[in-house]
Design a protein around this ligand. Structure first.
Ligand SMILES: C[S@@+](CC[C@H](N)C(=O)[O-])C[C@H]1O[C@@H](n2cnc3c(N)ncnc32)[C@H](O)[C@@H]1O
Length: 252
């Protein structure tokens, strides 16, 4: 007959298990739990949101990157009525000759909607995941679209031409940038005089928008982060779930 474990044994085992888990977690992070380390403009914290990377910029935790396996979600048919992407694209007021950079392009959901609006210009579809760029390349050839160029960026640099872009657009992507300061400095360098930077982020002020907290941003936070690289807020247009925020370089 198997005897029942007594309560002391159970408590000891539980304490041992919690201790081992704590040691494992802290040894993975190479830091004791609860530590904050500052590294230039960033802070690293061992205690953080499970959807984030434990790295903070101007008080915001950076979200984990949405992997390429989520490509189907980006292309979901319900997106049209949930987010009104056609309204977003129209609100950009593009000129036919504009060079647009769609940074964090994913499957090219927006790149391909922008391309007919810039027939004499082009769309640079930038992403850090080669698998996303493979999807864009496939769709580009399938639909014979000549003015969308896939560009492989890295976590600090979108690899755009200096002073070569009229509009940089980031839809639901900026909050995932692992190095937002470095990325934005490169983005500012890529702008032509009078160039614009446009961000669409799910509204962080609204708890009822069914998106994880770190994948939303408040207007206040976006403005703080853009101001840090010398961008001046111009206007915000509201979409059903997102803020569409427009910035320009401070040319003074
Ligand atoms: C949630 S998806 C959004 C895709 C697309 N903008 C859309 O709305 O359908 C975010 C994308 O940003 C990309 N990304 C994350 N960090 C990036 C970086 N530093 N530079 C370029 N792309 C990045 C990810 O690989 C991912 O494809």
């Amino acid at each position: 007959m198997i005897s029942k474990p007594n309560s002391k044994f159970l408590i000891r085992s539980f304490v041992l298990l919690v201790g081992c888990l704590g040691m494992l977690l802290s040894s993975c992070a190479h830091l004791p739990l609860g530590t904050t380390v500052t590294d230039g403009v960033y802070q690293h914290r061992t205690v953080h949101n499970s959807d984030g990377i434990g790295k903070f910029y101007l008080g915001r935790e950076i979200a984990q990157v949405m992997g390429h396996r989520g490509a189907f979600w980006l292309e979901r048919p319900s997106r049209e009525w949930e987010e009104r992407p056609s309204q977003l694209v129209e609100a950009l007021n593009l000129r036919p000759t504009d060079v647009v950079a769609d940074i964090g392009a994913g499957t090219g959901f927006f790149s391909f909607r922008l391309s007919p609006l810039v027939p004499e210009g082009k769309v640079l579809a930038v992403d850090i995941q080669p698998e996303m760029l493979d999807i864009i390349t496939f769709l580009k050839h399938e639909d014979q679209i000549n003015n969308v160029e896939p560009v492989l960026g890295n976590v600090t640099n979108p690899n755009l031409p200096a002073a070569g872009v009229d509009l940089v657009m980031m839809v639901d992507a900026y909050h995932e940038f692992e190095y937002p300061r470095e990325m934005m400095e490169e983005i500012v360098r890529s702008l032509k005089p009078n160039g614009r930077v446009v961000l669409a982020e799910y509204r962080g002020e609204n708890p009822f928008i069914p998106i994880k907290g770190l994948h939303k941003m408040t207007q206040r936070q976006v403005r703080k982060e853009m101001q840090a690289v010398g961008l001046v807020w111009q206007e915000t247009k509201d979409l059903p779930q997102q803020h569409l925020m427009v910035f320009r370089k401070d040319e003074r």
